[in-house]
Design a protein around this ligand. Structure first.
Ligand code: SF4
Length: 65
């Protein structure tokens, strides 16, 4: 899978970092940084939780064939 983030929507709530800290990072900026654009399947549960709970729906999973 690949992850897309809409930085116009991201408000830096950090829910994603809480769910998958090895994939999402909130640095000093106001928006999230993706540490891993194509995380492995072992990260799927955390990434899906981040997508589900992001309060601004800024995150999308793009499935790869
Ligand atoms: S949970 Fe959503 S709004 Fe919050 S930092 Fe992550 S992508 Fe941005």
């Amino acid at each position: 899978m690949r992850i897309a983030v809409d930085l116009d929507l991201c408000q830096g709530h950090g829910v994603c970092e809480s769910e998958a800290p090895d994939v999402f990072e909130l640095g000093k900026g106001d928006t999230v940084t993706l540490l891993d654009l194509s995380p492995g399947e072992d990260r799927r549960a955390g990434v899906e939780a981040a997508v589900r709970f992001c309060p601004t729906t800024a995150l999308t999973i793009l499935e790869e064939e």
